[in-house]
Design a protein around this ligand. Sequence first.
Ligand SMILES: Cc1cc2nc3c(=O)[nH]c(=O)nc-3n(C[C@H](O)[C@H](O)[C@H](O)COP(=O)(O)OP(=O)(O)OC[C@H]3O[C@@H](n4cnc5c(N)ncnc54)[C@H](O)[C@@H]3O)c2cc1C
Length: 298
Amino acid sequence: MKAAAFDYIRASSADEAVQALAAHEDAKILAGGQSLVPLLNMRLARPSALVDINPIHDLAYVRRSNGQLAIGALTRHRTAETSDLVRQHAPLLAEALRHVGHVTIRNRGTIGGSAAHADPAAELPATLLALDAQLVVRGSGRERVIPAGEFFRGYLQTALEPDEMVAEIRIPVLPEGTRCAVAELARRSGDFALVAIFTALTLEPGGLCRDARIAVAGAGEVPVRATAAEAILAGSTLDEDVISGAAIAVARAVDPPSDIHAPAGYRREMASVLTRRAIGSALSTQRVSDGHPDGGAR
Ligand SMILES: Cc1cc2nc3c(=O)[nH]c(=O)nc-3n(C[C@H](O)[C@H](O)[C@H](O)COP(=O)(O)OP(=O)(O)OC[C@H]3O[C@@H](n4cnc5c(N)ncnc54)[C@H](O)[C@@H]3O)c2cc1C
């Protein structure tokens, strides 16, 4: 099928983009087009206008400032995945992006597009949740900062108003001694996750877990932060009993869907299995201060 007719607006600045959104009812931003164009072609989306932000080169960057990584919305997945700054200070993001589709998709798909698309099975939203990221959102004449925990509102739904766009994503730099891993179950390499676990564990030199973050993709309408499991890990030495307790708590925290890909019970069980796997992988990776992590399980 071909897309329904739409107006095309080529924005040369973020201001121009949000003004165009405000001027056209039902307009949509076009970033990498990796999710939007298939939706257009299948006529599952029929926007009145597309606002193309690809010419806005100053929306593509990775910077470190004030203890945070700042990533421009138009930064391609592959650029962030291979960025030294991301690998050093937010290795969970670099590792998560390796699981997004295939390289050709990551060459075009953008960080802002993945966040705004808000697919609960996608890697980026769950990673932003795990990393306590904030989304800098621009509207006509205004800017606001939304924590990831408040941004994802439902299946493909976010806190964005119709005239707003994601401009930047801010991720607090992970503390020294943090180890990260992703464990994902997908039918084929490059497919969306049936379930995926994203974890960052900050360990004391003696091995005590000072801080734990666990987020789950593919287990509900929005990505889930498994806070009860995190509380079991934080303050403990990560022995077999503690890890088992956390894995059970993750299964209890999720409410996955049953669909043509997998039943809910299987997804819940796999959330538990993958939690054990992710924690095991994180414990065997290098720490943030050691330089580049070698990545976790794929
Ligand atoms: C074959 C295939 C496999 C894939 N596999 C995976 C996978 O395994 N995991 C995964 O996570 N993704 C996967 N994707 C999707 C891919 O990651 C997309 O690139 C991403 O979801 C959207 O980013 P984009 O820049 O392409 O956005 P677009 O497709 O351009 O836009 C997506 C949506 O976000 C909106 N939008 C885009 N940018 C902004 C912004 N800055 N502000 C506000 N709204 C904005 C658009 O209006 C649209 O509604 C796959 C895609 C394909 C085609």
